[in-house]
Design a binder for this molecule. Structure first.
Ligand code: ATP
Ligand code: MG
Length: 415
């Protein structure tokens, strides 16, 4: 960078300022209040992991692994990657800490930053934040329904607008393999109409065609055979039960036979929540069942289901509102001396008041103005030999003999 150039946050990143930060804290509190009582414990995994975890977990042929990862070498020449998603890391931690020996299912939730090298636009960043849950160790359909309903409820509590749920099932890897062959044959028969990208990946992963926004590909895919019609009996029954549980809970959804999702690890249930209040990037959160993921990472066959939702996108469509609140007391410094004034501030905070003090050398008049700007409910004026309490609401001010009396007077004012 040129010397003296203006320093800015990197492309596709953003700063969180206090007003935004309060909304995020509020959403995080809503999440915790919802997940903890349902038996989901907090989990935090490293921001960077061995690149191999995502290559094996997310899938070599996915957009995420092929195009979107921030990968670098450490000084020992090991390849590391800033995590693009949360499930692979959580499953690694589950195995590494022998959580399969705990009573199953193990239920976890997380919140934190993720990284994808994408073209930045509204709602799409290179560093963004996700909240997510994982229920690992059982393939009971009630878990699929439970995690879906948790995200549904979180969006409701956040006041998210225009929310829709799309639901599909991918069956087992065997079903998917057979179906992939069938789909590949079909796509080959109309190869000329497909995008270059889809054509290039026809061998490796023909299902990606369903993710394409290329008009020709969309038209071809519309008439393609559907995986949902090829599910084996067991998977069809599993999907039927998930749907029955959602029906029972009164949660609306649309069946989407073309729902593929951008990660390779999904089996059986897949789902996506969108919001009509978002533009092109309408995805608010999504997930599904990943019964093959842990074995793909070198562990035993242990099923799991979960989702991740974009915190920025939830906040874009929701009315989580947290007004900044002014302090209970503002300490005006009128010649009391630094020690006395600072002691008064400490006494106020210890007594449970939210309190701030003048710290920018304003005149007394300027300090009252500042108290007003901050929305302080009261003021404690610390003079050379006097203490007085002012009700900022009524303007009443009276002198008090000592700090104990000041606290009592403030309690009255603030009552
Ligand atoms: P999209 O269709 O928007 O690319 P995705 O299918 O890649 O989403 P997932 O991997 O399922 O998304 O991640 C779950 C959620 O994380 C998304 O629904 C979205 O809300 C959010 N998300 C994903 N990528 C980004 C990004 N680059 N910037 C902001 N939020 C994101
Ligand atoms: Mg994406």
């Amino acid at each position: 960078m040129a010397a003296g150039g203006k320093l800015q946050a990197p492309r596709g990143t953003f700063d969180v300022l206090p007003e935004d930060g309060r909304r995020r804290s509020q959403l995080r509190a809503l999440s915790e209040e919802l997940f903890e009582p349902a038996g989901y414990g907090p989990v935090d995994t490293p921001i960077f992991e061995a690149t191999e975890l995502f290559a094996r977990g997310v899938g070599e042929t996915t957009d995420i692994v092929q195009k979107e990862m921030f990968t670098f070498e450490d000084q020992g020449g090991r390849s590391l990657t800033l995590r693009p998603e949360g499930t692979a890391g959580v499953c690694r931690a589950y195995m590494e800490h022998g959580m399969h020996k705990q009573p199953q299912p193990v239920k976890l939730w997380y919140w934190g930053p993720f990284f994808r090298h994408e073209a930045p636009q509204a709602g799409r960043y290179r560093q963004f934040n996700q909240v997510g849950v994982e229920a690992i160790g059982s393939d009971d359909p009630s878990l699929d329904a439970e995690v879906i309903l948790l995200l549904s409820e979180l969006l409701t509590r956040a006041g998210a607008q225009g929310v829709r749920l799309r639901l599909g099932s991918l069956g087992t890897p065997e079903t998917r393999r057979e179906y992939s062959d069938e789909l590949r044959d079909y796509l080959r028969s109309r190869e000329a109409e497909l995008s270059d990208e889809v054509r290039a990946r026809l061998d490796a992963n023909p299902l990606r065609a369903f993710d394409s926004d290329h008009p020709g590909t969309i038209a071809v895919v519309k008439d393609a055979p559907k995986l949902l019609d090829r599910l084996n009996e067991e998977d069809a029954a599993h999907f039927a039960e998930v749907r029955a549980l959602l029906d029972e809970a009164g949660r609306d959804y649309e069946i989407d036979a073309a729902l593929v999702r951008g990660l390779d690890y999904y089996t059986r249930t897949v789902f996506e929540f969108t919001s009509d209040a978002l533009g092109a990037q309408s995805g608010v959160g999504g997930g599904g069942r990943y019964d093959g993921l842990i074995s793909q990472l070198g562990g035993p066959h242990i099923p799991g289901v979960g989702w991740a939702a974009g915190i920025e996108r939830i906040l874009m469509v929701s009315d989580v509102e947290v007004p900044g609140v002014g302090p209970d007391v503002y300490v005006v410094r009128d010649g009391g001396g630094a020690v006395t004034e600072f002691k008064a501030l400490g006494a106020l905070r210890e007594a449970g008041f939210t309190a701030q003090m003048e710290q920018a050398g304003r005149s007394v008049k300027g300090q009252f103005k500042q108290a007003d700007r901050l929305g302080a409910k009261s003021v404690l004026v610390v003079g050379a030999d006097t203490l007085s309490v002012r009700d900022m609401n009524t303007g009443d001010q009276r002198e008090v003999p000592d700090i104990a009396e000041a606290l009592a007077a403030l309690k009255e004012v603030l009552a």
